[in-house]
Design a protein around this ligand. Sequence first.
Ligand SMILES: *Cc1c(COP(=O)(O)O)cnc(C)c1O
Length: 228
Amino acid sequence: MSIIDKEHLRTNLDEVIWNIEQARITVSEHNIVKLVAVGKYTELENISTLYDLGQRAFGENQIQQLKERSTSLEALPLEWHMIGSLQKNKINNLIDLRPTLMHSLDSLALATELNKKLENKARKMNCLLQINAANEETKSGFSTDEALEMYQRIQESCPHIKLKGVMTIGAHSNDTKLIQKSFELTHSVYSKIKQEGTTYCSMGMSSDYELAIKCGSNLVRIGSTLFK
Ligand SMILES: *Cc1c(COP(=O)(O)O)cnc(C)c1O
């Protein structure tokens, strides 16, 4: 990790925004894609430089880092996204950080526990249901078969959780077809959710965000290629 020169970061950001734009218009001119910059591999300074360059939404995958960074930069009007697995003993910490969106609601047990703790604190949280579209053992999340039913169940039984859509991490593979399939399956779940306020289909990282957008993603989470 090192501090990156502002002009260098500007070039990286411009390139990512340009690529998003190219991919997005192949789908629809009306498809707006949100960029969440993932800071987990980089220094705090680079996050504030990216803010100077116009970026507002940032994501972290660990509560501790989310806490340190959002606290250090609390004077800036930033959005913070939680994108990593949440351990049950960290739920209260996350609630206190008031994230804009929590992408990684990956089990019914976590939803139940999160709802209970939100209720205790009289709070609500925007969340996405994490989908393990390629059924990988190394990943958490709901299978595409159960996702719709679970979405409905959480909606009905967890009133403090505001479900806003789905998130997936593309299949871990060199085979583009497999990655594409995991995005298509996730997008098909997303398009079947009939609910007002369902806003985000969060798919795509540095190595696969253009493909994800072509499969219907409207939120990409990008780290390494921004901070390279
Ligand atoms: C780290 C991470 C990203 C960003 O990954 P890059 O490949 O560096 O763009 C996106 N989503 C999640 C869930 C992550 O953990």
